[in-house]
Ligand binder design. Structure first.
Ligand SMILES: [Zn+2]
Length: 313
């Protein structure tokens, strides 16, 4: 199949339905709204009380399929994805997302939604690779309110289906990748100094020269006073586990679940997401004292981790 052929076949999917008459798994409800607001720290009073509305940006939460998924995907959408797969576009990344909120959603609203394949772009080459932008539009309706209010949203979601620049060898999905494929952090002009510090086995925390507020992760400006000027403080290495989660699922390549991910509070302040080493995952506890160390994962990758204090390396 040549490129023109493929382009014409892809174009033919425009306007076809990707899902039909799907339903939200739960009606709009206050417990989900409360969890959302607490997780994001959103204290807007419009989202509590007897006249509460749902935060507009929760729109996608009402249509997500969860682990059990949705069954309403159409043959057309499956065929489009299969055709892109066949053309070597085996990777996908969501690029942008627009939402419109004509009316607020309220507890009790029952959600239904339909998704249309709005457009498939011409072949594009991006920094990730060469592929096609696929834009879908989902119309969301809510008819559950006793007064029969009708709510609609149109979030077009654009994804890029692409052939990765470097074709990775086929991998058995059941077999974890070797440790040398542990994902790399993105190093950019805002955080280069942090990674240079790590290379010298120093954990550097940014410190605003305007108001002396500490910040981590590294960012261009101060969250407290807005100043763009900063220097650094070197963490001396003592810290405590502020919080943690144990990851069981999903199993990411190069990681071997279950494992504990700690939110560590260095003595200097701020909080850092890192591994807790030196104890089994189920013995990590909030308040546990830890000590900074640098662990080498492969020839290129060294990361700061925190060892349970008193546990020998
Ligand atoms: Zn400041």
């Amino acid at each position: 199949m040549d490129d023109d052929d493929l382009a014409a076949r892809l174009k033919a999917f425009e306007g076809l339905r990707a899902t039909v008459a799907d339903r939200g798994k739960d009606p709009v409800n206050l417990p989900m709204i409360r969890h959302w607001c607490e997780a994001l720290g959103d204290t807007n009073p419009a989202y509590t009380g007897p006249d509460a509305i749902a935060p507009p940006t929760m729109l996608q939460a009402w249509t997500m399929g969860g682990l059990s998924g949705h069954t309403s995907r159409t043959r057309a959408y499956d065929d489009l994805l299969a055709l892109l797969d066949e053309a070597g576009c085996t990777s996908v990344v969501a690029t942008d997302y627009e939402q419109e909120y004509p009316r607020p959603l309220r507890p009790g609203d029952e959600i239904t939604f339909d998704t249309v394949i709005e457009s498939v772009s011409a072949r594009k080459t991006t920094r990730l690779g060469t592929g096609y932008f696929v834009t879908t539009r989902t119309d969301i309706h809510a008819d559950g309110h006793p007064r029969g209010r009708r709510t609609r949203g149109h979030p077009p979601l654009r994804i890029l289906e692409y052939a990765p620049r470097k074709q990775a060898p086929a991998r058995d999905p059941e077999r974890p990748r070797p440790a040398e494929h542990r994902p790399r952090a993105v190093v950019n002009r805002d955080n280069t100094g942090f990674w240079e510090g790590v290379a010298r086995h120093e954990l550097l925390i940014q410190c605003c020269t305007g108001c002396r507020a500490l910040r981590f992760p590294w960012l261009p400006g101060c969250h407290a006073c807005g100043s763009p000027d900063w220097d650094t403080v070197r963490a001396l290495g003592d810290g405590t586990v502020f919080s943690y989660v144990v990851l069981h699922h999903p199993p990411f390549p190069a990681f071997d679940p279950p494992y504990a991910v700690g939110l560590i509070e260095p003595a200097e302040g701020v909080r850092i997401v890192s591994n807790v080493t030196g104890v089994p995952y189920d013995e990590v506890r909030i308040g546990m004292p830890v000590r900074l160390e640098f662990r080498r994962y492969d020839e290129e990758l060294v990361l700061p981790v925190f060892r349970a204090a008193g546990e020998a390396a």
